[in-house]
Design a protein around this ligand. Structure first.
Ligand code: FES
Length: 308
């Protein structure tokens, strides 16, 4: 029987199962989206073993020679050692493919990495002008199954050198550096719990992108987006009833109605954006005895940018 070695895991592949099937069956978290060889979300790197040719269909020469493969198209015939792409964590050049002023203080930036990267909407990455700078953190709001480029929203920060550069000088064709893609505040297709995704202020676009990701994956339980703040410029394709705008003062009362609904009683709460409402709702949920593993808060602090 073929085996997959992945970090410390040694996993038996059932006949006909892909590497992705095997990893997910054993609760090993790796990104994926289409399961059809189209989106390249599931790219992994083989460090040893025979790579089935069909798992490299559609990859370029450089990717093939680096041992990259699509886990959803890979049915191992013998032992295969796999790892996630290291480059998602290391600095890589990206080319700016577009900038759009959404409001005077909000800019949409799209960029294309030199090589494909694994990510999910809601995860964050660092951007910088130079390879060795620490970089500023931003949340990804692009959907890998729909958009070839990566996309973020940038808030103009008073005294923020990098955000000022993006607003005032960045142009299509310029090179930036990306690194450290990661984070748990995203849709995880293997988890089919009901979802409540809360976006406050600069977290609105990420909340909408995560909900669209869930919908695209045919999430089997209920999913609701709650938003507080200015939603101008935040486009989405979700149904009207799945997105609710809430006044800051009505946050807890609204959350309470979801807690008392049988549809959402066991929901997983993903909370992103402005620190004050995110922390307030997080501690209120804790007081309602919601298990900590069902609350995923990600607060964006001013001056310590993790902002779209
Ligand atoms: S999940 Fe889309 S290519 Fe594998």
């Amino acid at each position: 029987m073929a085996e997959i070695h992945f970090g410390e895991h040694v996993l038996n592949c059932d006949s006909g199962d892909t590497a992705l099937d095997t990893l997910l069956k054993h609760n090993v978290q790796v990104p994926w989206s289409c399961r059809a060889g189209l989106c390249h979300s599931c790219l992994l790197q083989a460090t040893d073993g025979d790579i089935p040719p069909e798992s490299q269909r559609g990859l370029n020469e450089e990717q093939r020679s680096d041992g990259l493969l699509l886990a959803c198209q890979c049915i191992p015939k013998s032992t295969l050692k796999l790892q996630t792409l290291r480059r998602a964590l290391q600095p890589m050049q990206a080319i700016i493919t577009g900038t759009r002023t959404v409001t005077p203080t909000l800019l949409e930036l799209t960029f294309s990495p030199r090589l494909p990267v694994n990510y999910r909407p809601g995860q964050f990455l660092s951007l910088s002008l130079n390879k060795h700078e620490q970089g500023t953190r931003f949340t990804l709001i692009s959907r890998p199954w729909k958009e070839a480029d990566l996309r973020i929203f940038v808030s103009r920060k008073v005294g923020g050198r990098f955000s000022s550069w993006l607003f005032d000088e960045a142009k299509t064709g310029q090179i930036i550096w990306i690194s450290n893609i990661g984070g748990e505040c995203c849709y995880q297709p293997e988890n089919q719990q009901p979802l409540i995704i809360f976006g406050a202020g600069s977290g609105i676009s990420a909340a909408l992108a995560i909900a669209e990701d869930a919908e695209w994956h045919h999430h089997r339980s209920a999913a609701q987006v709650l938003l507080t703040g200015d939603i101008e410029g935040h486009k989405h394709t979700l149904s009207e009833k799945s997105v609710l705008q809430v006044k800051d003062s009505e946050l807890e009362a609204t959350a309470e109605t979801y807690l008392s609904s049988s549809l959402y009683r066991d929901a997983r709460w993903i909370l992103l954006g402005k620190a004050k409402p995110v922390f307030r709702l997080t501690s209120w949920l804790g007081e309602q005895n919601i298990a900590a593993h069902n609350i995923l808060p990600l607060a964006y602090h001013t001056g310590h940018s993790l902002s779209p």
